[in-house]
Design a protein around this ligand. Sequence first.
Ligand SMILES: NC(=O)c1ccc[n+]([C@@H]2O[C@H](COP(=O)([O-])OP(=O)(O)OC[C@H]3O[C@@H](n4cnc5c(N)ncnc54)[C@H](OP(=O)(O)O)[C@@H]3O)[C@@H](O)[C@H]2O)c1
Length: 262
Amino acid sequence: MGQHLYILTGASKGMGRAMAVQLLQQPGNTVIAIARSPLALDTAPVPGAQLLEWSHDLAHAQPLAQRLQQWLLAQAVNAVEGDDMAASFASVSLINNAATIPPVAPLSATDPHALVQALRIGLEAPMLLTSAFLQGVAAWRCPKKVLNISSGLGRRPMASQATYCAVKAGLDNFSQSLALEEALKPHGAKVCSLAPGVIDTAMQLQLRSTAPENFPDVGRFVGLHSQGLLTSAEDAAAQVLAWLGRENFGRPVLADVRSAIG
Ligand SMILES: NC(=O)c1ccc[n+]([C@@H]2O[C@H](COP(=O)([O-])OP(=O)(O)OC[C@H]3O[C@@H](n4cnc5c(N)ncnc54)[C@H](OP(=O)(O)O)[C@@H]3O)[C@@H](O)[C@H]2O)c1
C-alpha cells in the first residue's frame, strides 16, 4: 500500500500546525507543509511518515501552484509507468487551511493592501492550488480529496468582517461549484468546505483584541474566550482530520464540525 499524501497550507501555526503534527505521528503519511515560516516540530515524524516543507508566501501563489502541479505530475509518471498502485499514493488530499484577517475595521476604513492580501491568501491561493492539484493528479486512480477550511462567517454576515466573510463565502461557493465539476469525472475529487469551530489561535487573539469602536461584535469573542468556549488547536485539528477520513467525505459539500451531519 502506498503512502497517504497530504498537501497542507498554513502548516506552521495554529490548527494547521496541529494537523501537520498529528499527520506526522501516523506511519504511512507524507505531508507537504506550506507556510512562510518553518514547522518547528517538538517531536520528529514517526518512522514511515515523511515531511516535505515548502516555504512560500501564499499572497503570490502562482509559482507555488506550478511547482505543485509539476511535482504531482512527476509522481504520477512513476505510478503509470510501473502500473503498480503500491508504488504510488494510496490517497491524496489538499487541505487549504491558511487564511488571514486584515486589521479588523469597517470596509470603509480597511487598508487596501491588507484587503488584497487577505483575498489572495484566503481565496485566490486555494483556487490556484486546487486547479493545479486537480491537473497534477488527473491520471491518478486513488481517492482524491479537497478540503477547504471555511468558517461560520462564510455563512453569516458580521460588521467589520466584510473581507473575511467574503473570502469564506467565496470558498464555500467555489467548493460547491467544484464538487459539481468533479462529480462528472470518473475519478473526480471529493470536495468539502468545512467550518472548524472557534479555535484558540492567534486569529482569535486578533479578533478579541480589537478596539470596540472598530468591531461591534468584539464582546462576543471576548466572551467566548473568558467562558473557556474555544477549542484547542489540537482538538480542532483532530476533528477536522476525522472529518477528512469520513467514508462519506464530500457529502454534504458545506459542513461544520459542530454538526453531526454537516
Ligand atoms: N481560529 C478560529 O477561531 C477559526 C474559526 C473559523 C475558521 N478558522 C479558519 O481555520 C484556518 C486556520 O486558522 P488558525 O486560527 O489556525 O490560523 P493562524 O493560527 O493564524 O495560522 C495561520 C496559518 O496560515 C499561514 N499563513 C498566513 N499568511 C500566509 C502567507 N502569506 N503565506 C503562507 N502562509 C500563510 C501561517 O503561516 P506563516 O505565518 O508561517 O506563513 C499560519 O501557519 C483558517 O482558514 C481560518 O480562517 C479559524
